[in-house]
Write a protein that binds this ligand. Structure first.
Ligand code: NAG
Ligand code: NAG
Ligand code: NAG
Ligand code: NAG
Ligand code: NAG
Ligand code: NAG
Length: 267
C-alpha cells in the first residue's frame, strides 16, 4: 500500500467515525460461534453480534448492558432501560451479571406472545421463529415501512394467534407493557422515534439476522432515544391498540425458580 492510499483510507475511517462517534470497524457483525450464548431478545443478541456486548454473551453486568444499548442504538439509560437491565439479574443466581440465555427464564422478562419467538409452552422460546415473525413481516401491506398503526395491529394479531394455540398463555398488563415497549423499540431503533416509522427491510434484517443493517443504509438514531420521545411513541402504539387481559393470571415481575421461593418484586 502506498502512502497516498494509506492516507486516504485513514481519512475515510476518520470521516466515518465523525459521523456517529462509533468506531464501526471495531463493531462489525460476526455470526455467533457455537459456544457463544444468545437469548430470546433480538436487540441484545444484535449488540453481542456487533461486539457492543461481549460476543460470547456471558458475564453481562448492568453498566455493560447500559453502555451497549447507548453505543449501539443511541438509547439513553432511562429508568425503563435501567429497570429492564436490573430485571435481567433476576434470571440468574450470579451476583451481578447475567448471560444472554439466562433471559429465557419464563415469566421474568421473557413472555408469551413474542414478535419473533414461540411461546414457552409451545416449544422454543429462545430462537427466531419464522412462522411467528411472519405476522410482523407481513404487516402494513402495500408500503415499505412499519408504523404505529401496523405495530398495534401486529400486537393484536399475535395475541389472537396465541390465544388459540396456547392454553397456558400469560397475558397480563405486564406482558402487554413489555410487548408495547418492544414494538416501540423496533420502530425507533430501526426507524424514527419521532414519527414511529421504520423501513421494513431494516426491521426484518434486525430480527432475522440479528444484524444492524449498516450496509443497507441504516444509521444509529441521530437524536438520543430517551424518556420523552420514546414514551410518546409508546403512547401512540397503546392508543392504537385494543387489549384485554386473558389466560392465566400470574403476579407481575416475579423470579420463578424451579426449587426456590417465588420472590415478588412488584405486584
Ligand atoms: C466473555 O467475554 C468477556 C469479555 O469479552 C470476558 O470478560 C468473559 O470472561 C467471557 N466469559 C466467558 C464465560 O468466557
Ligand atoms: C462468567 O460466566 C461464566 C459462564 O456462565 C460463569 O461460569 C462465571 O462464573 C462468570 N463469571 C463471573 C465473574 O460472574
Ligand atoms: C414456530 O412457532 C410455531 C407457532 O408458535 C410453532 O408451532 C412451531 O413449532 C415453531 N417452530 C419451531 C421450529 O420451533
Ligand atoms: C401507517 O401506514 C398505513 C399504510 O400506509 C396508513 O394507512 C396508516 O395511516 C399509517 N399510520 C400512521 C399513524 O401514520
Ligand atoms: C425523524 O423524522 C422527522 C420528521 O420527518 C425528522 O425531522 C427527523 O430528523 C427524523 N429523525 C429522527 C432521528 O428523529
Ligand atoms: C389516538 O387514536 C385516535 C384514533 O383511534 C386518533 O384519532 C388520535 O389522534 C390518537 N391520539 C394519539 C395521542 O395518538
Amino acid at each position: 500500500m502506498n502512502i497516498l492510499s494509506a492516507f486516504m483510507i485513514s481519512f475515510l475511517v476518520a470521516a466515518v467515525r465523525c459521523e456517529s462517534d462509533i468506531d464501526w470497524n471495531a463493531h462489525q457483525w460476526q455470526a455467533p460461534l457455537p459456544t457463544d450464548l444468545r437469548g430470546p431478545c433480538p436487540g441484545l443478541n444484535t449488540l453481542a453480534n456487533h461486539g457492543f456486548l461481549p460476543r460470547n454473551g456471558s458475564n453481562i453486568t448492568i453498566p455493560i448492558v447500559l453502555k451497549a444499548i447507548n453505543d449501539g442504538f443511541n438509547f439513553e439509560s432511562t429508568n425503563l432501560i435501567r429497570s429492564g437491565a436490573k430485571l435481567g439479574l433476576f434470571t440468574t443466581d450470579a451476583e451481578d451479571s447475567f448471560n444472554l440465555n439466562d433471559l429465557a427464564l419464563h415469566g421474568t422478562l421473557e413472555h408469551d406472545v413474542s414478535l419473533s419467538r414461540s411461546d414457552f409452552a409451545l416449544g422454543d422460546n429462545i430462537h427466531f421463529n419464522e412462522t411467528v415473525f411472519s405476522t410482523l413481516a407481513n404487516s402494513n401491506p402495500g408500503v415499505d415501512f412499519y408504523n404505529v398503526t401496523s405495530a398495534a395491529q401486529v400486537l393484536e394479531q399475535r395475541l389472537a394467534e396465541d390465544n388459540i394455540l396456547n392454553p397456558t398463555l400469560i397475558n397480563t398488563v405486564k406482558e402487554f407493557t413489555v410487548r408495547i415497549v418492544e414494538s416501540g423499540f423496533y420502530l425507533s431503533v430501526m426507524g424514527n422515534v419521532t414519527t414511529g416509522v421504520a423501513p421494513k427491510n431494516f426491521v426484518q434484517i434486525f430480527f432475522q439476522e440479528e444484524r444492524l443493517p449498516l450496509e443497507e443504509g441504516w444509521k444509529r438514531s441521530e437524536v438520543p432515544i430517551g424518556d420523552d420521545n420514546f414514551n410518546a411513541l409508546l403512547a401512540g402504539i397503546k392508543n392504537a391498540s385494543t387489549w384485554a387481559p386473558s389466560g392465566e393470571v400470574i403476579c407481575p415481575w416475579i423470579r420463578i425458580q424451579p426449587e426456590g421461593p417465588v420472590v415478588v418484586v412488584k405486584g
